[in-house]
Every structure is written in C-alpha cells, then in structure tokens.
Unconditional design. Structure first.
Length: 549
C-alpha cells in the first residue's frame, strides 16, 4: 500500500523484527489486521495475549510486521517522499517508540541492512546525479532541545534562531558538506539514565509532536507548533508543503510504552479521515483533542535522538556578507555567548515578538500549551512511577530540499540564499530595521493593562534606590517626631550615618529607659525597612527573570 498522497501526515507502525525464540518466549502480543485488497483502508493493530480475551485495538494507516524490512518500508513509504523533494515538496520521516523498539535500526540500519535515512540519501544522490543537480547536506542532532552539528568533529552546539520576518527557525553556523551523512546516537548523552526533568521534556515533545500532526491531518487553521521546542524547531519540516511520515516503532513483546505510542499514533491517524467544513474550522481549532488517558502517559522516554539532514542547493555565498539578520534566537540556552547590550535586550524577547503579530493565535497556543504541560506534568508526577522512566523514545528525522525548493524560497523571500550562511543573512539583530524595532516596541508596550516594561523597570529601580538611601533620613524623622526623647538621643544618631547600636552599658544607667525606648523604636523601624527592601529586591529580581524569559 502506498501512502495516500492527499494526507499531510501518514502514520504507520513497524513491529520490531525478532527471532523465533524471542517470539516463542513472549507469545504473540501484537496482531495486525490489514484490509484485503483495499489500499486506502486502515490497518488494525491489536494488543493482548492470545490466551486471554482482553485485547485493545487501534487503527493506523499501516503496520509493517516483523518479517518486513527497511527495503520494503523505503520503497512504499519513503521513496515517494524523496521524489516529492525533487518537485519542490519537502519530506520528513520521524521514528519514535519505546526503548529498544528499533528506531535506530529503522532509520540508520545496521551493517548490511541500511536504514531509511541511508536509503533515502542514496536515492537523493542518484536522482541528483541523473538530473545534474548539486546537493549540499547539513546534518544535526536534536537532543533534549539542543542542536548539535554532526558534521563538525567537535559536534559544537548550533545556535537556533527564529527568523521573525519569515516565521522560520534557522540553525546558525551549521556546517555543510558536498554530501555526507552522519549519525549520532543520543545514548552517549544519557549515560547516567534520565532524570525527571529530561523525561518531562521528552514527554512534552512527543505529545506536542502528535498534537501538531493531529492538527495538520485535521487541516486545522491553527497548528500548535509552539507547544514545544522540538515542534518549533521542526516547524519547517512539518508545515508548508511538507509530507510527513510518522513511524511508530513497536516492541514485539509486551511493552506498555509501545501501547501508549500506538494510542497517540492512532489519534493522529484517525483525524486524517475527517472532513471538516471550513465554517467549523475556527471553532474546532479551539477544542483540544483529549486522548491522553491516564495510561497514555507511559509513553515516557529516557533519551531523544534525532537526526536532521538538510539537503540544499549549494549556492553562492557572496550575499551572506552583506546580510542583515532579522531573526532572534529561539532558545536562550544555545545563545549565552551574545553579550552586546543592544542585542541582549532584543534577545531576551525572542518569542513574544511573534506573539504580538499573531495575538489571537498565541493566546490559543498558550492556553493549549499550558494545557498540555499540565497534562503531561501531572501524568508524570501523579501517576508515573519512577520505574516507568526506564523506557525510551527516540525521534529521528531527515529533511531534504533541492535546488528547486530553495529557488522557490528565493522568489518568495527577498535575498534568501540556499545555504545556511546565506540564510543567516536574514537573521541578525538589526537595530536599523524599523520592523524589528517596531516589533520590539510592541512587546515592550504590551497593552493598556500593564505599563511598558522599561517604565516598570525604572520605577522599581527608583524605589529600590530610594529605599537604600532612606535609612538615615528615617532615623532623622524618628528623632524629630519623638519629642520626648529628642534631647536624650545621642547626637550621632541624628547625623545621616548608619545608626550605632547602643552600647550594653547604656541599658543599665540612669537613662536606660529612654534609650531603651529609642532602641526599640529603631529596631522596629529597621525591621520594617529591611522587609520592604527584601520585598522590593525580590520583586525586582522576579521582574528581571520574567523579562528575560
Ligand atoms: N527489524 C529488526 N530486525 C532485527 N533486529 C532488529 C530489528 N529492529 C531492531 N533490531 C535489533 O534490536 C536492538 C534494538 O534496536 P534499536 O537499537 O534500533 O532500538 P532503539 O529503539 O533505537 O533503541 P534505543 O531506544 O535504545 O535507542 C538492536 O540490537 C537491533 O539490531
């Protein structure tokens, strides 16, 4: 069965090949029911021990069983995507699944059994050779929201920039080669297992990815790319004219995580069959699909690995020098090195700028995003026993575009050049660019309800300064108002200095009572003053943190 060309994302499964012995030991846990003679029908995947009557069934676009290898998956699923790349339509293949479910085997392959990425590259290169096109490749890994250049022996972290003008994410400084393909196993970074935080990140990523696929397949007017860093980074690979292949890798023996992955996959797949009238689209996009049952959360993961391969037309880099960068970094973590004062201000406002442009969409996204975060977090915290974190999920994708697609870009977007450096031309923090400044100002002055950030900052700063310098004058006020002790207070305390603590002996002399009174008042005042300082400092720090986010 070939992929249905009308669908944006095709969701299939692959049951990991296993030896007969392994199968015997585990029993037949998964059974596949394919439609006979009807290529357009869905495949039913059932889970459950055959000895018991309890079975759970889910529908997917297709499911490859143990005996079917990468060659078959490539020729039926991936080759059409590669051909599409040469006619201006990008393709993305993502494999995900529980630990040891065969993700690496499916994408990378093994010696003598090439995986889908290898087969796809071979196909791309041979097609390019036939048509006389020049191919350039970049290769990167996304691991836990960070991108690493796989063509660089040091695998340096790549800066991730969001091109504000075009709403695209770019990897800045990514190496390019004539053609090459590298692969990095995400496991090298997870030597000590995966902690709760990492697991949460991966959980959110996989759910967010499915939400995007769901929305794309449902032809929603709003696609929640902003729900996770992964989906933001893959936006180019998922949206537009892209065709997506989601491969759910399944363990052949019992695995709760595999079950949960299929549930998610089935949801994304089912919506592809819906026809939504245009009038209903807007309302529908507000409604979040709720498929996350308490058990589906066990689609947890211990490591994310992802291979990204960019194939592009190797063009002239001359334009890059005169370039102006209109984007901003997408994630703070990858860009701490930028120190310039001006850029710092702008860098601290990466995503809000887009949000001002698409206010309505952002509100929806935020609502939904917080929804999914809460869902995933609560699933993890409330119901997810720690041992469930031993499971692993891995995302691998490759992305390819050819000369034609890049040329299309050039037509549509002023001076875009096909290589990464060339693309960087539209990615600098340009003070002179009025649109960027305007956007910044829009963010600085959010709306009528709250004052501009700069004004609030100034106010806070003033209050803080005032309070810091107010201690001596407060002492003065205290002494002036308290006439009864005026003459008895030592003269030093009237001066604008840090007040002295009365010496112990003063507490036992004749005038001890008045001095005592004075001390008590001062202590009370001092305590209040300190509290106020603390609260202002906290507010100040809190505000700075919010602003930097
Ligand atoms: N279709 C298959 N046929 C034979 N062996 C397979 C197949 N798929 C996977 N394997 C074997 O199963 C083991 C685990 O596969 P693989 O490393 O691809 O899983 P993974 O999901 O990438 O694992 P991890 O989650 O640890 O990254 C490997 O030894 C691999 O060779």
């Amino acid at each position: 069965m070939g992929p249905n060309q009308a669908r944006k994302a095709r969701v299939i499964a692959k049951i990991k090949g296993s030896t007969d012995l392994e199968l015997e030991a585990s029993g037949k846990w998964i059974s596949v029911h394919r439609p006979e003679g009807d290529d357009s029908g869905t495949t039913k995947v059932s889970f459950g021990d055959e000895s018991t009557s309890r079975k759970e069934s889910y529908e997917l676009d297709y499911c490859y069983d143990q005996s079917e290898g990468n060659d078959l998956i490539f020729s039926r699923e991936v080759k059409p995507l590669v051909e599409g790349v040469f006619s201006g339509c990008n393709g993305t293949v993502i494999a995900y699944g529980a630990i040891g479910s065969g993700k690496t085997f499916t994408i990378q392959g093994s010696e003598g059994k090439p995986g889908l990425a290898v087969l796809a590259m071979a196909e791309i290169l041979s097609m390019a050779e036939e048509s006389g096109k020049l191919i350039s490749i970049s290769c990167y890994e996304i691991s836990k929201d960070h991108a690493y250049d796989l063509l660089d022996p040091n695998r340096h972290e790549v800066l991730i920039w969001e091109d504000v003008a075009r709403g695209k994410v770019q990897l800045k400084g990514l190496s390019q080669a004539s053609y090459n393909l590298c692969y990095e196993d995400g496991r090298r970074k997870s030597t000590g297992g995966v902690n709760l935080l990492e697991n949460n990140i991966i959980n959110k990523s996989i759910y967010a990815l499915h939400n995007v696929v769901y929305a794309l397949n449902a032809n929603d007017s709003h696609v929640p790319y902003r729900e996770s860093k992964l989906t933001r980074m893959l936006r180019d690979s998922l949206g537009g004219t892209n065709k997506i292949l989601m491969i759910t890798c399944l363990n052949s023996s019992y695995c709760q995580d595999s079950l949960c992955m299929v549930k998610l996959a089935s949801r994304s797949c089912k919506c592809a069959n819906r026809t939504i009238p245009d009038s209903a689209k807007k309302t529908k996009s507000m409604v979040r699909p709720t498929v996350l049952s308490s058990s589906s959360k066990s689609a947890s993961a211990t490591a994310t690995k992802q291979i990204g391969t960019r194939v592009g037309f190797s063009g002239n880099k001359a334009n890059a020098k005169a370039s102006t960068i209109k984007g901003r970094k997408l994630f703070d973590e990858a860009c701490h090195s930028a120190k310039s004062k001006k850029s710092t201000q702008k860098e601290s406002l990466p995503l809000e700028i887009i949000s001002t442009v698409t206010e309505h969409a952002k509100q929806e996204e935020e609502k939904q995003s917080s929804g999914i975060s809460q869902e995933v977090e609560s699933l993890t915290e409330d119901h997810y026993p720690l041992q469930a974190f031993s499971s692993e999920e891995s995302d691998m994708s490759f992305k390819a575009s050819t000369q034609e697609t890049k040329l299309l870009d050039e037509n549509n977007h002023d001076k875009a050049t096909p290589n990464i450096d060339g693309n960087a031309e539209s990615l600098s923090f340009v003070e002179a660019d009025p649109t960027i400044d305007k956007e910044n100002n829009l963010v600085l002055v959010n709306n009528d309800e709250s004052p501009p950030i700069s004004v609030r900052l100034q106010e806070l700063s003033k209050s803080l300064k005032l309070l810091c310098s107010s201690t001596p004058s407060c002492v003065e006020i205290l002494s002036k108002t308290d006439i009864s002790i005026d003459d008895q207070v030592p003269t030093e305390t009237l001066e604008p200095k840090t007040p002295k603590t009365p010496e112990p002996r003063s507490l036992v002399n004749d005038e001890s009572e008045t001095v005592d009174n004075s001390c008590a008042s001062w202590k009370t005042f001092s305590a209040h003053s300190l509290k106020m300082k603390d609260s202002l400092v906290n507010e100040y720090l809190g505000f700075l943190n919010t602003a930097s986010k």
